[in-house]
Design a binder for this molecule. Structure first.
Ligand code: FAD
Length: 502
């Protein structure tokens, strides 16, 4: 077993929280490694509703700390990565005798607008749905609505871009590497890692471990650390369905349901509408989570209460499910469990300390990482100062209003690309379209064609820069081209990737 160098911080888990902490820590000067058991964002971080939001609903549960922190993060994250994060307006229809009185919603939105951090995002306004185009796809009962601001994120890309940036700053990033053991030596940890692709085991040393395994945080504590009776997180399943687009408007909808829950209907990947989510306690391994027939009915029925044309199970073209790793605060209903995060140090005073991460939202990952760094500093001593608020993720260095200019620049440099293709490339890769397309002067230079607008040049980039190894990594995480490619095309892509792995 080859022995490795001594890291300051070894992070377990390549979801948004693990990758965010690794990036912040290496940027401050710590020696960092991160191990992800499968692919980046293969857990909860690719299964979200994908909102960069304060969480309007959490106001009802008095989660003011969380909502304020999340609201403040919206514009910070947008500026960090304007290719994968952008503002979205949400239409919240209501009618007399509805689920919540209009004054209560208005009060919530007033707080939402004023709790902090909103400099560029427009404020709430009231819509007359008989005139506004947002009223068109809905039942005529909904004559009024509020329209408010939040943001959208490509969740899986946000994860991999954090991992990439951490690597560029000097972190050791280990995909497909499962932590199977962690043993305290005198003043460091001995970490055992299994390369799940090759079966090779390796051993690493670190002064501090961060357990950011999301829904598996307790499993890691019991299996790798040998602890008994661990129960820190409550697993709450959430599922989404994707249907052909129900409306043309760029705005999303916020629908209230009679059970007091809410769902969103969001414009998705140009041609689709994303509808979700559900909230139900989950038992079992989070890897096996799958949408249930009851969830399908629930989402179809809830959306059909609002849309004039009903949403039927046979309309579903794709669905996905994830498990929220919520800190177990003893709440009785899944939807009431706190969405805030909790960080806990173990073994302070010994030479080998463990930091466990419980809970967290995509929206608050950067702040969670800053709080984790405060704990890391307590143990290892301070190095650099907080730095991520003013940073850019790879490809995100073109400013919050720069997207259209980037598209124009790309089209000028590569006029042989279709406009929709150019727009997609800037959305996913931002300014990195330049190195990605360097030296290509015609469609023939794009390489093998796999269907839709997927060509080998993009796959090669994803394999060499973003650790993609399978068609699934590419079609459902690095991109969402799985919505456009069939199974034979995906198989051809898998074959290409198996033969061209770097
Ligand atoms: C349905 C749903 C909707 C959501 N919507 C939103 C939203 O709109 N906005 C928002 O801000 N947040 C949202 N969230 C919350 C957000 O998605 C999660 O809080 C966040 O993704 C959790 O990230 P994580 O890094 O903690 O966990 P994960 O993404 O699950 O990452 C943990 C990683 O650890 C790895 N791992 C496990 N065991 C090991 C091991 N032994 N060794 C190495 N690696 C290991 C796993 O493979 C996994 O990749 C939503 C969540 C759900 C479920």
């Amino acid at each position: 077993m080859p022995e490795q160098a001594l890291y300051d911080v070894f992070v377990i888990g390549g979801g948004i929280n693990g990758c965010g902490i690794a990036r912040d820590a290496v940027g401050r000067g710590y020696k960092v490694a991160l191990a992800e058991a499968k692919d980046f964002a293969s857990g909860t971080s690719s299964a979200a509703t994908k909102l960069i939001h304060g969480g309007l609903r959490y106001l009802e549960y008095y989660e003011f700390r969380l909502v304020r922190e999340a609201l403040m993060e919206r514009e910070v994250l947008w500026a960090m990565a304007p290719h994968i994060i952008w503002p979205m307006r949400f239409v919240l229809p209501f009618h007399k005798g509805g689920i919540r009185p209009a004054w209560l919603i208005r009060l919530g939105l007033f707080l939402y607008d004023h709790l902090g951090g909103r400099k560029l995002l427009p404020a709430t306004r009231t819509l007359d749905m008989r005139r506004d185009p947002a009223g068109k796809p809905l039942k005529p009962l909904f004559t009024k609505a509020f329209e408010y601001s939040d943001g959208w994120v490509d969740d899986a890309r946000m994860v991999v871009l954090n991992a990439r940036d951490a690597e560029q700053r000097g972190a050791t990033i280990l995909p497909r590497s499962k932590v199977i053991g962690a043993r305290r030596e005198k003043d460091f940890w001995e970490v055992e890692v299994l390369d799940t692709a090759s079966g090779v085991r390796s051993s690493h040393r670190a002064r501090m471990l961060v357990n950011a395994a999301g829904p598996w945080v307790d499993t890691v504590l019991s299996q790798a650390f040998g602890k008994n009776q661990v129960h820190n997180v409550r697993l709450v399943q959430g599922s989404h369905i994707v249907v052909r687009k129900k409306f043309d408007d760029p705005r999303a909808y916020f629908f209230q349901n009679p059970d007091n829950r809410i769902i969103f209907a969001i414009p998705y990947e140009n041609d689709f509408t994303l509808i979700g989510t559900t909230d139900q306690d989950y038992k079992g391994d989070a890897r096996d989570v799958k949408i249930t027939p009851q969830e399908i009915d629930y989402l179809c029925n809830a959306a059909s209460e609002y849309f004039a044309e009903p949403v039927r199970p046979e309309d579903i073209v794709w669905s996905y499910s994830g498990v929220r790793p919520l800190f177990d605060d003893g709440a009785s209903a899944a939807q009431e469990a706190t969405r805030d995060y909790v960080l806990k140090l173990e073994g302070e005073g010994t030479g080998a300390v463990l930091l466990n991460i419980f809970g967290g939202k995509l929206t608050t990952y950067r702040r969670l990482a800053e709080h984790a760094l405060e704990k890391i500093e307590q143990v290892l001593g301070a190095k650099g100062r907080p730095w991520t608020a003013k940073s850019n993720l790879p490809g995100g260095d073109f400013g919050v209003h720069g997207y259209e200019n980037e598209v124009e620049a790309l089209k000028k440099a590569h006029p042989y690309l279709e406009t929709v293709h150019a727009r997609r490339l800037v959305r996913l890769y931002g300014s990195e379209w330049r190195p990605m397309l360097e030296g290509r002067t015609s469609a023939a230079d794009l390489g093998q064609h796999f269907g839709s607008d997927v060509y080998a040049f993009e796959i090669d980039w994803l394999m060499t820069r973003e650790w993609a190894r399978t068609a699934e990594d590419v079609l459902w995480r690095r991109t969402k081209r799985g919505l456009y490619l069939g199974s034979a095309e995906a198989a051809a892509l898998d074959e290409y990737m198996a033969h061209h792995a770097p």
